[in-house]
Design a protein around this ligand. Structure first.
Ligand SMILES: [Zn+2]
Length: 147
């Protein structure tokens, strides 16, 4: 069924507003825009702070910790790349840097019966295609040790 092209994951198209995010991941760091006027984190990236309306936003590296806010198990692939990855866990992860600061990701390498709301998570970085690294999450304490 799959052709080489169909085995490529969907590739994001960075914009001037989002390029920092993808570049940070390439360096194995999770960065979130932060308002330099009031300190509010802004994610997904937007040009204006939703608290004070400042346009003075800059990326800051965050801890990579998180808690599971919501999740579901995908059992049907929306793209051919994901066919052999089913079922996989779609997750909304709340970052500890700010209440309500959430990122959409996947939970990997965690048995399904261990995935539950509020569980402690930590980010891992997976280069799924040349030049494309994604921030995925595992149960805290289970991130592989990298040299
Ligand atoms: Zn602000």
């Amino acid at each position: 069924m799959s052709t080489p092209a169909s085995l490529s994951p969907p590739i994001p198209a960075p914009t001037p507003l989002t390029a920092f995010f993808w570049e940070s991941l390439t360096n194995r760091q999770l960065s979130i825009l932060r308002c330099q006027n009031c300190g509010n984190y802004v994610h997904y990236p937007r040009p204006i702070c939703n608290v004070c309306l400042s346009e003075d936003l800059a990326p800051e590296v965050v801890s990579g910790k998180g808690t599971l806010y919501a999740h579901t198990w995908a059992t049907q692939a929306f793209h051919p790349y994901y066919v052999d990855k089913l079922p996989y866990c779609l997750a909304v992860v709340e970052l500890p840097e700010q209440p309500g600061l959430r990122i959409t990701s996947n939970i990997i390498d965690t048995p399904r019966e261990q995935v539950h709301g509020g569980m402690a998570l930590e980010v891992v970085f997976h280069e799924i295609s040349p030049g494309l690294t994604l921030p995925l999450f595992v149960a805290e304490g289970f991130a592989p040790v990298t040299a």
